[in-house]
Design a protein around this ligand. Sequence first.
Ligand SMILES: O=C(O)CCC(=O)C(=O)O
Length: 317
Amino acid sequence: MQPERNLLKRRDIEALRTVEAAFHSGPLAELLGSAPELERRTGLTKDEFDREYRAQGRPVVLAGHVSDWPSVREWTFRSLAERCADVPVVVDSYNSKAARKSTFGAFVTRLEENTDGEDPIYLQEWLYRSSAPALAEDMPELDIARYDFRRELYGEAASTNHQLWIGQRGGVTRLHQDAYSVDVLHAQIVGEKRWYVMGPGAELLPGPDGEARLDALAASPDTRLTRFVLRPGDVLYLPAGWFHRIELVTDSIGLGRKALDESRLRAHVRQRIGELLALALNPDELRVTHSELFDVVVARARSLADRMDIDLSRLRQ
Ligand SMILES: O=C(O)CCC(=O)C(=O)O
């Protein structure tokens, strides 16, 4: 496999650290203060959304789009802990050193006790439908996401394999593009999150001395940096390929709902099959290219197989 030159696309720890540091000092960090807000629209109909945003690949925040969801009106950390006390979860799964197994109840108790602002804890990409499916009733299907072509590919159950992101003020999800060419539709349920977003053409390349050219990233029109805060009831639409980094402004619960545009079907299938084959045949390479996220990739594959009733244990025979 060719090594990826764009540091924004690499998932090894060195590249992740370089990119994360760029948000704290240097040319990119300086640009953050003057970055424009993403457009916010209220009361958009599905047709307007399709025409003005999806068809044109333009990101947008649909302000208050799901304010009437039961989850947005009723959920608290405590009420969820009571409903899912014994459900197994992996906390801080995006950080290979901090990742650990817990129960959802113990995770919330730890979050409530961890009040000194140090090392905020974050339950990232919880594929809750496999272990706590009843929660889905409080997050009805999004009208604007009906185009999700994964229904045709995998069936209803697998295509609704959404993720909850539940964490503590100060928690961060580092900059990434979503895998498998899917669009991001992220619904904010409890609390507030600040998003930093860059266009799919953003590039951070090494210069002749091997150092990352942060000045070129900050100066390029392809970077298209915006920042904005999502509040309860808001839904973010981010077309496939857009980079995003998230900071929790308060303790926060969000729902990551992905959708595959039919026009990206070929890229989606290529990436999914490529990843499954790499997992089955060459996991060592994936461990290197995805050193921080290897277990997350395995969890995604397991969860998809589970939702499709595929018994992966046969693979090992
Ligand atoms: O909320 C977060 O921390 C990350 C969410 C995300 O990356 C997504 O929904 O695609």
